[in-house]
Design a protein around this ligand. Structure first.
Ligand code: PMP
Length: 365
């Protein structure tokens, strides 16, 4: 119904209602233990079941090969901006960074604290796409090549995996993990904060090829060390137990909906519905990203013109708010509108947004 909130937030983002309901049911008595998951020892058999099932479901959902470790860490995506170079870049070494938006830009700046960063593509005024892989200036001596699979603010997403000629590919999948099937074997390391597609803030997934583990700098903080974390099954110190529990339930929810393949089909359908309205609006709505690199997760757009008509955009957000469509405001660094369509946002909810966009255009064109 129209009175129900629809959450188009960029992150923290919508969590499937079924998961929230189950969490509510189990809040004060988890599986007959008489206590909340929050109150369980991280070394108890009950919590071991929670974390092991979460890992097994993730392994199954992404078809993760046996020579990859799955780690549940803290510090968010931003923590990994430092963990990656601390673990994978040799002292005095260098790495390649493909800067396609704010998040890869931040990762590159953080990595510069630990070594030489080679920016693989030319800096542009606006982030509106990904240059052809053939134009990338890769360094064969680099410890790794770093990409951001989906730029949450700018709405730029990879739809193909670059060939890095044997140099390990490191990928930030914070805003599109489990929205499609991936070939994990093409990556050296994948990481993702949970709070967009797979749960609530607090836990960060790291999927890392075993041979890349064990070369951390001597001064790498122990909580950031992949070898220590892997050796203790993510239980070196107290992990974010509740966030892992919620994430595990989201994995179960994805399994029940048909897995990564089903999420991929849903995502493509939802995104195409919104982009179709934009493309058929005679310039009333303007999407800044080139078509081939458009994100299925975050759809940024302007209203009225390429740079956005301030009054119209304000009206759009106000009227959207009256319909209880929440958090559609673009990131403060870019302005405009952004509709985030993560896994938990349904096709039906997306259709409601699409109907509203069409009506808004009719009214103000
Ligand atoms: N990478 C991407 C793609 C993101 O969208 C974000 C957060 N929006 C981050 C990294 C940073 O994550 P965190 O806030 O968990 O540190």
């Amino acid at each position: 119904s129209n009175t129900k909130v629809i959450n188009f937030a960029p992150g923290p983002a919508k969590i499937p209602e079924e998961v929230l309901k189950k969490a509510q049911e189990e809040l004060v008595d988890f599986g007959g233990t008489g206590v909340s998951v929050m109150e369980l020892s991280h070394r108890s058999a009950d919590f071991a079941k929670v974390i092991n099932e979460a890992e097994q479901n993730l392994r199954q959902l992404l078809n993760i090969p046996d020579n990859y470790k799955v780690l549940f860490m803290q510090g968010g995506g931003t923590g990994q901006f430092a963990s990656v170079p601390l673990n994978l870049m040799k002292e005095g070494g260098c790495a390649d960074y493909v800067v396609t938006g704010s998040w890869s830009a931040k990762a590159a700046i953080e990595a510069e604290k630990f070594g030489t960063v080679n920016r693989v593509i030319p800096k542009t005024k606006k982030y509106s796409g990904i240059p052809n892989f053939s134009e990338w200036n890769l360094n064969p001596e680099a410890s790794y090549v770093y990409i951001c699979a989906n730029e949450t603010i700018h709405g730029v997403e990879y739809h193909d995996i670059p060939d890095t000629k044997g140099v390990p590919l490191v990928c930030d999948m914070s805003s599109n993990i489990l929205s499609k099937e991936i070939d994990v074997s093409k990556f050296g390391l994948i990481y993702a904060g949970a709070q967009k597609n797979v749960g609530c803030a607090g836990v960060t997934i790291v999927i890392v090829r075993e041979d890349l583990i064990g070369n951390a700098r001597s001064y790498c903080p122990i909580v950031m060390d992949y070898k220590v974390t892997a050796g203790m099954n993510s239980l070196y110190n107290t992990p974010p137990t509740y966030s892992i529990y919620i994430m595990g339930m989201v994995f179960q929810w994805i399994v029940s909906k048909g897995g990564a393949k089903a999420m991929s089909e849903r995502s493509a359908l939802k995104a195409s519905k919104v982009y179709n309205v934009i493309d058929n609006s005679d310039g009333f709505y303007v999407a800044p990203v080139c078509k081939k690199d458009r994100s299925r997760m975050n759809v940024p757009f302007r209203i009225g013109s390429e740079n956005g008509d301030d009054e119209l955009e304000k009206k759009f957000l106000k009227e959207a708010g009256e319909r209880k469509f929440m958090h559609l405001k673009g990131h403060r660094s870019v302005g405009g509108i952004r509709a985030s369509l993560y896994n938990a946002v349904s096709v039906e909810e997306t259709e409601q947004l699409v109907d509203f966009m069409k009506q808004f255009q009719q009214k103000y064109r």
